[in-house]
Design a protein around this ligand. Sequence first.
Ligand SMILES: Cc1ncc(COP(=O)(O)O)c(C=O)c1O
Length: 384
Amino acid sequence: MSSLDTFATEKLSQLKRRSLLRTLVETTRTDDIWAVRNGRRLLSFSCNDYLNFSHHPAIKAAARAAVEHYGVGAGASRLVTGNHPLFAELESKLARLKGAEAACVFGSGYLANTGIIPTLTGSSDLVLIDELAHSCMMAGGKLSGGRMLTFRHNDLAHLEELLVRHRADHRHALIATDGVFSMDGDLAPLHGLAALAKTHDAWLLSDDAHGIGVVGGGRGSSFADGAKADVPLQMGTLSKAIGGYGGYLCASQPVIDLIKSRSRTFVYSTGLPPASAAAAIAALDLIESDPDYAALPVAKARLFTRRLNLPGAVSPIVPIVIGDAKAALEASRALEDQGFLVVAIRPPTVPPGTARLRVAFTARHPAAEVERLADAIQPYIPSP
Ligand SMILES: Cc1ncc(COP(=O)(O)O)c(C=O)c1O
């Protein structure tokens, strides 16, 4: 065997021994809440399609029309010939929803964070990231070449300590956090983070992948407390509640102009396909016109937490932390036997010893099924 194959084989068997091997399972999502796996139809609580927009008739029709009109691909980077007319409309709708001056659409949320952070910070700068922030923020921080430090999850006192200790040694400082944490479902204290950013002349970046469309009346985590938090860099994705694919940054006009000119993942990557842009435009129109619908996923999550006497959900995501990876896989399999798809999330996606069932609620989950799932999950709730 070649040294390359030996390396891969040994790595794979190590992962398998620790119940950390990941494999792809073919999954067909034929409508908004059901998935077919291994020939079985399962009610899915593992999709980020919080508003069920991936199968919405008006959104599908918008995507189909864009394919007919503009073709299936952008054909080039947006700075070459890929800037089809749907981008301007999408960016102005995003900026309006987020209360920002301008927006930039990227190929995905991952590309957005790995492009934004290294464009704004470099080797003389400080990047402070919440320890539970998404992997692409960490990757962006590393790519910046600056000094990257993590602060304890949602711990303003720890962040302040780091700013007091390190800020003066660096030219610029960036504070980066998820707005809604993807594996825990809690919200970042954006007002407190904004106040610290102001005091220490740092720039605040929030990743609203799991907030847009579902919290703050659909406007996202910066609006979760009613008053808008002062977040100059509001990043997010079009691949979760928006139902399709793509990423974005909403910010001031000069920041967006700089990103469009210098961000490597924008400049050197093909523009989003027209159908994805058209789908996102249609989704944003629906969110703006019906904030009550946007509130449904969190309402379903709250029904679940109430039934289980857990702290009330503040987003559509509720974690049931089991701890051991093998036990989390077994719990997921047992739920599958009862007709539910609730995928186990294991390290390194979550910290060691915190493998979990991550339950994601959508607008169209029937209340009776939410309660049936709660009863099925009850045996896996850790005792206090
Ligand atoms: C918090 C967060 N940020 C960014 C991303 C990446 O977004 P995308 O799937 O559009 O690349 C994800 C997706 O998993 C996420 O959960």
